[in-house]
Ligand binder design. Sequence first.
Ligand code: GRF
Length: 200
Amino acid sequence: MKRLGILLSGRGSNFLAIHQALRSGQIADAEIAVVLSNKADAPGLTAARALGLPAFHIPIAGRTPEQRDLAFVAKLQEYAVDLVCLAGYLRLLSPAFIAAFPQRILNIHPSLLPSFPGLDAQQQALEYGAKITGCTVHFVDEQLDHGVIVLERAVPVEDDDTPDTLAARILAEEHKAYPEAIARVLSGDYQVTGRRFLKR
Ligand code: GRF
């Protein structure tokens, strides 16, 4: 049984999609071991507690990024986590965090990387005039929204889209993409060649 650690800062809809995929068996032989947040009032943390999952706020005030990340790592190790899933966790991870879980941290980003990294990716796509955008699940490395891509799903941009309508259309794909990517990674049935995530 593989053990997932979820990090979130907000709503937590991707976390809930992962939870549902575990329940339905779409992601097999795995469970959520712990949910962590840098925000005490993150709705995702409340939702995790309501589901009976171990869920903790890791305070960041007065801590350096390294101290903060070591507190996260300690909690993830305490719960014997195999794979870390960032699900709307709005902080860059320090090198020490990444070194503690090499090629074992995933993130989801609401654009087709390498287009539109960083905040407000949906608005960036609209303002750029992109006709297709989407979402990307990737391994986390030390650069923002940069690591090896596990999978991407495309979403059309409609003429009457606002950032909110576009974000909602992308989010529906995120909820499919993240469980699918986790299942692929947990299967171990892949190899990484350069930047390419390939089936074995
Ligand atoms: C998603 O759009 C995700 O791609 C981005 O942050 C948002 C998190 O949403 N990284 P939720 O908290 O999972 O609902």
